[in-house]
Write a protein that binds this ligand. Structure first.
Ligand code: ARG
Length: 277
């Protein structure tokens, strides 16, 4: 693994579906269309490869429909994989499969202490050298502080206050080491102030597009891949020198996820944003 090559983990959606409800987007009476989900996942993979990233796969497992959301498998920092401990019993079965994959692929597996929930890159994103860590719904604030100490990096825990934006990657997306997308109403006052005072340039997403998961973008170099229906954001991105790419991901929105959730940066979460200059 070279630090310079974007490398992404994905999981084919063979067993994906809405089998339970653990966030406000999931509704057992609104099932995903399996064939369409497969097509949407394949198109996303293609866009990621076209943007110049290598894609590795973790094998899907029957009975673990949310394993497709590899952002929650772990958070990668250099060669370390901080493997997730899920809040909900329904996803805890994913843990041994994730752990095994990282161990077998050359990562040094780090466990977060047992009494904390931690949902990986879904809740832990770097903007520059600073780790922004979402808590309350899925991950614990005290756990994030410990992780920051373990990694030796500045950590800014931010509280998530809207259950529709239950992971940090649904409302915050670093684009470069000094610029980020965000949806302010997903944070409390304190979190909003912390983000405003630490991230030099912020691009605010409108509610309508936040609901289309505009903040849940995969950033590979200057390419920013999102769900369709985020046209206002596309314009803002173009003005700032990014190359927006839209691909339909509605079947995954039914589970409360979109582009970023379906991916995990293996070359390190700290490498995810565009390095300028
Ligand atoms: N159904 C999944 C859950 O509620 C969706 C996970 C989306 N992942 C993400 N990184 N936001 O856990």
């Amino acid at each position: 693994m070279t630090a310079s090559e974007p490398h992404i983990l994905m999981c084919p959606p063979d067993f994906y579906g809405i089998h339970y409800e653990i966030n406000p987007w999931m509704d057992l009476s609104r099932q995903a269309d399996h064939g369409l989900a497969v097509q949407q996942w394949q198109a996303l993979r293609q866009h990621i490869e076209e943007a110049g990233a290598k894609v590795s796969l973790i094998e899907p497992v029957a009975g673990l429909p949310d394993l497709v959301f590899t952002a929650n498998a772990a958070m990668i920092y250099h060669d370390r994989a901080l493997v997730s401990r899920f809040r909900h019993r329904q996803r805890q079965g994913e843990e041994p499969f994730n752990r095994r994959w990282f161990a077998e692929h050359g990562f040094s597996v780090v466990d977060v202490p047992e009494h904390f929930s931690f949902e990986g890159a879904g809740d832990a994103l770097f903007c520059g050298d600073t780790l922004y860590a979402g808590y309350r719904m899925r991950s614990d604030a005290a756990g994030h502080q410990l992780i920051g100490q373990m990694l030796g990096c500045r950590t800014i825990p931010v509280e998530l206050v809207d259950s529709r934006y239950y992971h940090l990657d649904t409302c915050f997306c670093p684009l470069s080491d000094s610029e980020s997308l965000w949806f302010p109403p997903a944070f409390d006052e304190y979190g909003q102030t912390a983000i405003r005072s630490h991230v030099p340039r912020l691009i605010e997403v409108v509610r309508e597009e936040a609901e289309r998961f505009a903040c849940n973008a995969v950033v590979i170099g200057r390419r920013v891949i999102t769900n369709t229906g985020c046209d206002r954001l596309r314009e803002l991105l173009r003005d700032r020198g990014y190359e927006p790419v839209a691909t339909p991901l509605d079947e995954f929105v039914k589970a409360g996820g979109s582009a970023k959730c379906l991916t995990l940066r293996l070359d390190g979460e700290e490498a995810a944003a565009w390095k300028q200059g």
